[in-house]
Ligand binder design. Sequence first.
Ligand SMILES: CC(C)(COP(=O)(O)OP(=O)(O)OC[C@H]1O[C@@H](n2cnc3c(N)ncnc32)[C@H](O)[C@@H]1OP(=O)(O)O)[C@@H](O)C(=O)NCCC(=O)NCCS
Length: 230
Amino acid sequence: MTVVEVRTAHGVLRAEVDARESWRAAAERVAGRRVVPVDLSADPPLFATESPWQVALRPATPGDLPDLLRWRQHEHVRRWWAAEGEPTQELVRGQYAPVIAGETPDSLWIVETNGRSLGFLIDYLLRDHPDYAVLTPDPEAIGVDYAIGEPGWVGRGVGPQMLWAWMLTVGRRHPGVATGFAAPDHRNVASLRVLAKAGFRAGTWFDEPQPDGTVDTVVGCSIGFATVLG
Ligand SMILES: CC(C)(COP(=O)(O)OP(=O)(O)OC[C@H]1O[C@@H](n2cnc3c(N)ncnc32)[C@H](O)[C@@H]1OP(=O)(O)O)[C@@H](O)C(=O)NCCC(=O)NCCS
C-alpha cells in the first residue's frame, strides 16, 4: 500500500493511494487542490499545496538566446556541459537556434518563476537519437536535460517544480509516452537529487561518449508517468 503526504498551510495530510490512481491524484484528492512535489523520494512521498513560486515553462524564442548564452557560461552550468566545448555565442546559437526554429525534433523550454526567466529545459524522444537510445533502458522514453541558469535561484527548491511542470506538458504532447528519462553525470549530486525529489528512480550507470571524445559515467534515472502523475 502506497501512502503519500501533503504539506498544507495547516499541517500534513496523508492519503492512501487507491489502486487505480496516481500519487498526484491521491494527494490532490486529500488536499482538495493542486499539489507540487517537495520530495517524492521520501517515505511517504511528500507533496505541498503551497509554494512561494508559480513555476511554468514556455517555448523558447530567438529572443532568449542571450539568456541561454549567459546561463551556459555560468560556472555551475558550464562544468556539466564542458565536453561540448566553450560556450561561445557561436556554439550556443548553433546548438539552440535550430531547435527554436523547429528544425529538429527536440523542444527547448524556458523556465519561469512568477514570469521571470531563470533557466531552460530541453526534451527529446530517445528514438530520435538512436545512438543514445541504445544505451538506455527504454528507447521509447522521453529524455530531458535542464539547468537553472540564474545562480541566485539554484538550491531554492525550484528544480522539482520545474520537472513537474515539464512532466505535465508531456502528458498533453506525447500521450503515448509512458516513461521520462534523464542521465546526469554520476558526480552531479544536485541533479541526481532534484530528479529523486521529482519522483525519478536512479537505475543503471552507463558510459556516454561525449562530443570531445571523452566518456562520462552517467546514472540513468527514470519515472513512470502513470504511477506518479496519472
Ligand atoms: C540540478 C538543478 C536543476 C537542481 O535544481 P535546484 O532548484 O537547484 O534543486 P533543489 O533546490 O531542489 O536542490 C536539489 C539538491 O541540490 C543540492 N544543492 C542545493 N544547493 C546546492 C548548491 N548550491 N550546490 C550544490 N548542490 C546544491 C542539494 O543536495 C539539494 O537537495 P536537498 O534539497 O535534498 O538538500 C540545478 O542545481 C542546476 O541547474 N544545476 C546546474 C545545471 C545542471 O547540473 N543541470 C543538470 C544536468 S544533468
